[in-house]
Design a protein. Structure first.
Length: 449
């Protein structure tokens, strides 16, 4: 029996005991019973059994809501903890609006408690801020996500200065979340600093306690590789993502429900880094493995994984085209029709823009007029997107802008393409990834730095 199974068994025993005691003396044991329900929900969530976890957390929430009539700090804290837990499991199920609602309720309670007794409740408030930032991000409210991440880091930084043994992991998590939010705003240098600091912390902690911190180390490796990639440091990005892939792969063998999505996300990054270094066959292979994983998870939980599945399927077709293979375009269109309605409405333009880009690339030799149409659609969709969502489309937007400026030139297009290229290249210290220059060649375009 593994550690997770053993922990689940203990949680189930505690749950059964307190359920029995609560049935006999509810006034005395209600809080313990709610705590056992929360703990059992945590164990089930850790094993990827999200629906069961939600059921137990709902039971805990009912109890905690009834206990709030005591009007004590203890009952308020238990209520906030349970609300936070409820929000987290709903996020795992792709029910982001509901998750946001519970998270905001928890944040309000933690804030009130922290104002009253900061020495006791400020850590919980920082955690609620971090969760709130995540919920804002999932709803496309990126400025508010950044603001909450910054508040959480500020608190954890102060707590870590006085009690590093207790708060250093929380501080590292908050740093990496802030780095992601900053990167989405294209504040790459600042994001890099926070991401690097988080990596240094978790590398040290993982060496001491790999059983506890190795997963966090893999997360930071994955995120730090993205920061390196955004600076044009493609080989370093590749080296770091390989380490993350190795950890996720090993973890996913024993707990596929929990860790396979992380493994697939890392494989997606690995594929892009392969393509950046002129290894298209390896990119296709890594992307195909990620695609197989996400297909399985998207079929089971489409609201959670539909966007990742479609994005990886589109990228796979793009690498195939770039390697002069023939993508199965009809199958890709069918997947889009099936899964796009499952993607959050505000994020659907990411998928349709990616599709337009790959469709334009594939059509170029046989129907260049279609390429123009597809690329014009991409440019038009890109402009109104928030900056954080534009980030995901930077490369397709750049390539489409250059193509239109050179094949269908106007002064405005030429100026826009040159400006876009200069900004993109400057961020990467004038180092363009192989797949960027190769795509331009395939589209009969030139580039000047």
């Amino acid at each position: 029996m593994g550690q997770d199974e053993l922990a689940l068994e203990y949680a189930q025993e505690a749950y059964a005991l307190f359920r029995s005691l609560d049935a006999k003396q509810p006034k005395q044991y209600a809080e313990n019973y709610a705590h056992s329900l929360n703990n059992l929900g945590n164990r089930l969530r850790a094993m990827g059994r999200y629906e069961e976890a939600e059921e137990h957390r709902r039971q805990a929430l009912i109890i905690c809501e009834n206990l709030t009539i005591k009007n004590t700090d203890s009952s308020a804290l238990n209520h906030a903890v349970t609300l936070n837990n409820m929000g987290n499991i709903l996020s795992c199920l792709g029910r982001y609006e509901e998750a946001f609602k519970y998270g905001q309720e928890a944040l309000a309670i933690y804030q009130r408690l922290a104002i009253k007794k900061p020495e006791l409740y400020e850590p919980g408030y920082a955690g609620a801020l971090r969760n709130s930032a995540f919920n804002f991000y999932n709803l496309g409210r990126f400025e508010e996500a950044l603001a909450h991440s910054q508040q959480a880091v500020k608190i954890y930084c102060r707590l870590n200065e006085t009690s590093p043994d207790r708060y250093e992991p929380d501080y590292a998590d908050a740093l990496i979340n802030l780095a992601v939010d900053l990167s989405n705003r294209r504040h790459y240098a600042e994001a890099f600093q926070h991401s690097q600091h988080s990596l240094q912390i978790y590398q040290r902690l993982a060496e001491i306690r790999p059983d506890r911190f190795e997963l966090n180390y893999a997360h930071t490796l994955n995120n730090f590789s993205s920061d390196l990639f955004n600076q044009g440091r493609y080989q370093e990005a590749f080296d770091h993502i390989q380490q993350a892939v190795s950890i996720y792969q090993r973890l996913s063998v024993s707990r596929p429900e929990q860790f396979e999505p992380d493994y697939a996300r890392a494989l997606d990054n690995l594929a892009e880094y392969h393509a950046s270094l002129d290894c298209l066959e390896m990119a296709i292979s890594s992307q195909a493995e990620a695609l197989t994983i996400y297909q399985r998870h998207a079929e089971k939980r489409p609201k959670v994984y539909a966007e990742n599945y479609l994005s990886i399927a589109i990228n796979h077709a793009y690498w195939q085209w770039l390697a002069r293979q023939t993508p199965d375009w009809e199958k890709l269109v069918q997947l889009e029709q099936l899964y796009l309605p499952q993607v959050q409405t505000h994020r659907q333009p990411l998928i349709t823009s990616q599709m337009a880009f790959v469709a334009g690339c594939i059509a170029y030799r046989s129907a260049p007029d279609s390429t123009q149409t597809y690329f014009e659609q991409l440019i038009a969709s890109y402009q109104p997107l928030p900056l954080a969502m534009q980030q995901a489309l930077q490369a397709p937007h750049l390539l489409a802008a250059i193509y239109l400026a050179q094949h269908h030139p106007t002064p405005i297009r030429e100026q826009a393409a040159q400006s876009t290229l200069q900004t993109y290249a400057k961020q990467r210290e004038n180092r363009l990834a192989f797949y960027i220059t190769e795509t331009l060649k395939r589209l009969d375009c030139k580039h000047e730095l």
